[in-house]
Design a binder for this molecule. Structure first.
Ligand code: AMP
Length: 263
């Protein structure tokens, strides 16, 4: 019997459900986990404020035909020995750029908790969203390094009709902020359209200035990288696939998004 596994931090939305649907299509049994993992938060305030909606998550999963079993572990179950110890692996450049740079220790925490889940749940396949593209690369890297017997599947980003990438953190935005946040996706879409005519530097400049027009937006980074290695690029001809990644705060809420320019 093949198990498909979808790890989440809860506050579920249609993006999460799309992962469950993909898992159900390829496996006999689908397990969804809900666990807000403290070791991947580099900011206590962020951990405290992370949206938690267990009752409505369970109601949503009950209605959803694609989830067979929900696993909501305790901190002790996930970290039976030391609640702060992290997996000892070298994630290389993934830990040094973009999310790795701006959220120190984040990816070690992600790799640790996902590795622990893979120990507990002997899944054939695990499903992750491309919205967290760098995280997906971290998981693939970890699986390869540790030679784990599991297939990692990346699923497309689900968006609101106005383009905003679905995210649990959107729950923390006011209606006004949610409208302002659409500039992130709109800028990414336009950058993709312009990418054939612009150099990497010109495109980055254009994107950053488009985002800065929204005064409620505080840009953390806007980078163009090799979509396979996450190495920054300064020439489109030097890679087979390119990705734009962005992190920005709208008010107090930190959002990330990305778009593949070509692959
Ligand atoms: P999270 O609960 O935010 O940790 O997300 C759990 C999984 O859902 C991760 O693999 C995310 O990449 C994925 N995910 C989050 N948002 C989306 C989205 N808008 N579309 C598709 N997958 C998503």
């Amino acid at each position: 019997m093949h198990i498909g596994f979808v790890p989440t931090m809860g506050a579920l939305h249609a993006g999460h459900l799309s992962l469950l649907k993909a898992a159900k299509a390829e496996n006999d049994l689908v397990i969804c986990s809900i666990f807000v993992n403290p070791t991947q938060f580099n900011n206590l305030e962020d951990l405290k404020n992370y949206p938690r909606n267990e009752a409505s998550d369970l109601a949503l999963l009950k209605q959803d035909a694609h989830c067979d079993l929900v696993f909501i572990p305790t901190l002790e179950e996930m970290y039976p020995q030391d609640k702060t110890s992290v997996l000892d692996i070298d994630l290389g450049i993934l830990e040094e750029v973009m999310e790795g740079k701006f959220r120190p220790k984040h990816f070690k925490g992600v790799a640790t908790v996902v590795h622990r889940f893979f120990e507990i749940i002997q899944a054939k396949r695990a499903y992750f969203g491309k919205k967290d593209a760098q995280q997906l690369a971290v998981i693939k890297n970890m699986v390869k390094q540790l030679e784990l017997d599991i297939e990692i599947i990346g699923c497309e980003t689900l968006r609101e009709p106005n383009g905003l990438a679905m995210s649990s953190r959107n729950l923390l935005l006011t209606e006004e902020e949610k409208n302002k946040a659409t500039i992130i996706a709109q800028t990414l879409f336009q950058m993709k359209e312009k990418s054939a005519q612009y150099s990497v530097e010109e495109l980055k400049k254009w994107g950053a200035s488009a985002l800065k027009k929204e005064i409620k937006l505080d840009l953390e980074y806007l980078e163009i990288a090799d979509a396979n290695t996450f190495q920054m690029i300064d020439d489109f001809n030097t890679c087979d696939a390119a990705i734009v990644c962005v992190a920005a705060k709208i008010g107090k809420v930190r959002l990330i998004d990305n778009i593949i320019l070509f692959a």
